[in-house]
Write a protein that binds this ligand. Structure first.
Ligand code: AMP
Length: 225
């Protein structure tokens, strides 16, 4: 079968990371996260890494031109020949145009949009508690440590991160919606967007994703919906 070229979108707390790893495993393709790549560059301390770190720390986006180089180089690696799952790119319609040109004549086969209603995401994130010593994560309503404030793993203090409060989360989600909606529309207009319900058991969601992607690859009727 031809190479599989996918993109995954999902607001924070939608389970995008979990599903991206599962999909990449299932299809044996690399999960390419531009955020991870840029963080690795920043940690390396190179000139490029220092410039990137400054931009990331300020909360801005790295320029489309710089990202073009990063993505073109990564997608040219041998492990991406059989396909890839891109996470964090494209982030602007300009990047989407570039990607389709880079991958011409075929382009990507599907852009997955993992949909989780805002209130569900807000509940998930505001119920998250993190150990200040070992970083273990707990959930209110599921883990005793989230209530007791005492880490079951190391005995450290379990707290809510300042950016996990409802106000902060809603602000981040509004920003995501503002910047991502035009991009989702870009793919929707080209019949490349695959909306998948991201609420429920992670195994069921993964199975639904695989079914939708396989349907598209085989060109089954209704696959464009
Ligand atoms: P992420 O982990 O995907 O949220 O990315 C972390 C940071 O890396 C972002 O806030 C941006 O500063 C930068 N970044 C990642 N991907 C891109 C991209 N496609 N275009 C521009 N900047 C990006």
């Amino acid at each position: 079968m031809s190479s599989l070229r996918l993109i995954v979108f999902g607001r924070q707390g939608a389970g995008k990371g979990t599903q991206a790893v599962r999909l990449a495993d299932h299809y044996g393709i690399p999960h390419i996260s531009t955020g991870d790549m840029l963080r690795a560059a920043a940690a390396s301390g190179s000139d490029f890494g220092r410039q990137v770190k400054e931009i990331m720390d300020s909360g801005s986006l790295v320029s489309d031109e710089v990202m073009e180089g990063v993505v073109a180089e990564r997608l040219a690696q041998p492990d991406a020949a059989a396909g890839f799952l891109l996470d964090g790119y494209p982030r602007t319609p300009g990047q989407a145009e570039y990607l389709q040109t880079l991958l011409a004549p075929d382009g990507v086969q599907a852009a997955i949009n993992l949909e989780v209603p805002e209130d569900v995401v807000v509940d998930r994130i505001t119920g998250r508690r993190v150990c200040s010593s070992c970083g273990a994560t707990y959930a209110l309503g599921r883990d005793e440590s989230a209530v007791s404030g005492l880490c079951a793993n190391c005995g450290g203090e379990v707290l809510q991160r300042p950016d996990d409060t409802e106000d902060a989360v809603r602000k981040r989600l509004a920003l995501y919606a503002e910047s991502t909606e035009p991009l989702l529309n870009w793919f929707r207009e080209r019949d490349l967007l695959v909306d998948v319900d991201g609420v429920g058991d992670p195994d069921d969601i993964a199975a639904a994703l695989v079914a939708r992607i396989d349907e598209r690859r085989s060109g089954a009727p209704g696959a464009g919906s």
